[in-house]
Design a protein around this ligand. Structure first.
Ligand code: PHE
Length: 443
């Protein structure tokens, strides 16, 4: 139960509440969501089942798992690739987690009171371009992750996840109702529900694919590592289905909070990474402006929960890299954790400052933060997913797959066949096509 909760905790995080709305906003709304749901069914779920299989069967960290299942082959590079990906995501993910901390402080000090939409945009911009604040908060968040990883209080986190997730879900549901009932919200609901396929291009497919892997923590061995702690009788396909459903519901709920509010107060849905930070305070102040106490309590609760949800995700990334250094390089756990914290912290500081003092430093026209987000989510994770699908579909002994997926033959044979066919053909071909499409091969 703990391991499954931890896996769900890894999946639900900023990817759902921060990244999903901004990707949806950039990609035109409902049509993106439909493609995203298709990506979850055809790529996300099968690759999650594959990672679970690899993890539980090998009972090892992600890099060693491939050495156990395919000794002496180059497959171990898939595990190493995952470790590198986790390392890069952790570096910039903590920047956004640091922003959440700032909003916890703002909520507690009542900084949203008597403000209107334009003020929230100014507030956000002046905060992220501050020469030290975002870097300090990011460092604090990284240190919090470090303490949990080294002090072994994961158990406590798992237990709190049990309470945290339902509370977060109820709060999101409540905020969605508040947002939908704001005057002028209906344009936002249309944006979410009425697909406009004329806006769909190669970028939209790549964004949906990247978001699938990102949100489900797939393609980098995170869930593989957690699955190594699953019980022998945990039903892998059912567990994958539950995690994917919870994760998607949280993301879609976040969409129902952000877009009605954004349209109601005149914020462009394609505002990018700032979207939730400039939209949400409006929901608190507009819906509860007359009762400031409730507005403060709600926003405080929301940002604390969001920070905790981000923490259960950063722990999972940190753990993958720490465990790898600890087991493969014989570092002590403490030393391994410090290496990860310091190097990722350094990347994080650079990314945090890329909205301000380092904003002129670009790579292919992208700031450091955007470059890390693009490369990890849209290139590294789908590439990892591609090889995980091929490994499980083509190279893993089918007896292993059958024993892990359906130990007591409880899985319907059609479902079993469907999983195999998707892992062998559909997922690899689909991911490759999205990449080729992005490179302009089909246009
Ligand atoms: N899935 C996490 C989220 O939605 C992010 C994450 C990605 C965590 C990859 C681990 C690995 O916030």
């Amino acid at each position: 139960m703990g391991a499954i909760l931890a896996a769900a905790g890894s999946a639900v995080g900023l990817g759902n509440i921060w990244r999903f709305p901004y990707e949806t906003g950039n990609s035109g709304g409902a049509a993106f969501i439909l493609i995203y749901i298709a990506c979850i069914l055809f790529f996300g779920l099968p690759v999650m089942i594959a990672e679970f299989t690899i993890g539980r069967h090998s009972r090892a960290n992600t890099a060693r798992a491939y050495q156990i299942l395919a000794p002496g082959t180059q497959w171990r590079w898939v595990g190493r690739w995952g470790v590198l990906t986790g390392f890069c995501i952790l570096g910039y993910y903590t920047v956004v987690a640091g922003w959440c901390l700032e909003y916890v402080i703002d909520s507690a000090s009542n900084a949203f009171a008597n403000k209107v939409s334009a003020d929230f945009v100014d507030m956000f911009n002046s905060f992220v371009s501050n020469p030290w604040k975002p870097a300090v908060l990011m460092t604090l968040f990284m240190l919090a992750t470090h303490v949990i990883i080294t002090k072994g209080v994961q158990k406590g986190i798992e237990r709190s996840a049990k309470i945290l997730m339902p509370v977060l879900f109820i709060l999101l549901l409540f905020l969605a109702v508040c947002s939908i009932t704001l005057p002028g919200a209906s344009a936002g609901i249309d944006f979410l529900l009425k697909p406009d396929f004329s806006k769909v291009n190669a970028d939209v497919f790549l964004s949906a694919l990247g978001q699938t892997f990102y949100s489900l923590s797939l393609g980098m061995g995170c869930l593989c590592t957690y699955a190594s702690y699953f019980r022998a009788d945990t039903k892998l396909p059912n567990t994958a289905l539950s995690i994917a459903s919870i994760d998607s519901m949280v993301a879609i709920l976040a969409g129902f909070i952000i877009f009605p509010a954004a349209f109601a107060v005149g914020i462009n849905p394609d505002a990018g990474p700032s979207l939730i930070f400039i939209t949400l305070p409006n929901v608190f102040t507009q819906a509860f402006g007359d009762i400031p106490f409730i507005a403060t309590a709600l926003s405080l609760m929301f940002y604390i929960l969001l920070s905790l949800a981000a923490l259960t995700s950063t722990i999972s990334m940190h753990e993958v890299v720490t465990l790898y250094l600890h087991e493969e390089f014989n570092f002590t756990r403490k030393k391994a954790a410090w290496v990860v914290t310091i190097v990722c912290g350094f990347i994080g500081i650079l990314c945090a400052l890329s909205f301000g003092v380092l904003s002129d430093f670009t790579i292919f026209g992208k700031t450091l933060f955007d470059a890390f987000d693009f490369v990890t989510a849209k290139i590294m994770l789908p590439t990892g997913g591609f090889f995980i699908a091929i490994f499980t579909g083509w190279f893993l002994d089918h007896r292993v797959l059958r024993a892990e997926l359906s130990p007591c033959r409880t899985l319907h044979p059609y479902i079993y066949r469907a999983i195999i066919i998707i892992l062998r053909y559909v997922a690899p071909a689909g991911i490759a096509m999205v990449f080729f499409n992005e490179l302009g091969f089909f246009s």
